[in-house]
Design a protein around this ligand. Structure first.
Ligand SMILES: [Zn+2]
Length: 251
């Protein structure tokens, strides 16, 4: 299990909860010593164009140059995680800014470029995979990811919901059981559904269980190929433990 991380992800590129000082540091503290870290390279504009329009890329570049720079590095982190997973090493992109609210020509919700979708498109383009399944456990629906893969057979997007944690876990399990014939499984891992975060629902141990379910699914269906990338999660007090729990299950 590899954690893909770059020091530049700690830089503050915007004034929003995802970009807050200390957020990445809190996660690093929880993971250090338990997991091996590896640095990614920045993605290129050609990578961004796999999912975004030229005008969207230009817009981000002109309106928030720091977000454009670190955003490309976040995409690079997701690409690296996907490639490692394809090669048989489960991995996690500990990256920011997040990406699941980034659509082809627009973005919102602290996102700029769709890290997850671009990482999948790269594998598709390299003819490494034919189909991917994306499991989004963030509190919020990843409209960007759904838009990018809308009408496509290349990827299926799941965003389980539930009024209480048992129901959420049941929906997630059912979603995974319904998914057949995929080459890789990717988790858009938001942690804002935790009981001490915005969603007030899941316990820390639930993230470990989700990791275990994903691991079991990938071993059964897609040669063990699995990876995740960070999306939301805003309570620095619990975020590190939650990420660690997911990775303990996923490894
Ligand atoms: Zn969220």
């Amino acid at each position: 299990m590899k954690v893909i991380f770059h020091k530049k992800y700690t830089e503050v590129y915007a004034y929003d909860p995802a970009a807050e000082p200390g957020r990445m540091e809190a996660i690093c503290r929880a993971l250090e010593g338990a997991f091996e870290f590896e640095e990614p390279n920045s993605a290129t504009d050609a990578d961004l164009k796999l999912c975004h329009t030229k005008s969207h890329i230009q817009y981000v570049k002109e309106h928030n140059a720091p977000a454009y720079t670190v955003g490309k590095l976040a995409v690079g982190g997701a690409i690296k995680a996907a490639e490692l997973a394809y090669d048989g090493e489960p991995s996690f992109g500990l990256i920011r800014p997040p990406g699941h609210h980034a659509s082809p020509s627009s973005c919102w919700g602290f996102c700029y470029f769709n890290n997850m979708c671009i990482s999948i498109k790269r594998l598709l383009k390299g003819e490494k995979i034919k189909r991917a399944v994306v499991l989004d456990i963030d509190l919020h629906y990843g409209d960007g990811t759904a838009n990018i893969f809308s009408g496509s057979r290349e990827a299926t997007y799941f965003h389980p919901e539930g009024y209480h944690r048992e129901e959420f876990m049941e929906t997630l399990t059912r979603d995974l059981e319904s998914a057949k014939n995929y080459d890789i499984l990717a988790i858009s891992a938001g942690f804002d559904r935790h009981e001490n975060d915005w969603g007030r629902l899941l316990k820390t141990q639930d993230y470990q269980k989700i990791g275990e379910l994903v691991k079991a699914y990938s071993l059964r269906n897609c040669g063990g190929r699995r990876y995740g990338v960070l999306e939301g999660g805003y309570n620095h007090e619990v975020l590190g433990d939650n990420v660690k729990a997911l990775l303990e299950g996923l490894k």
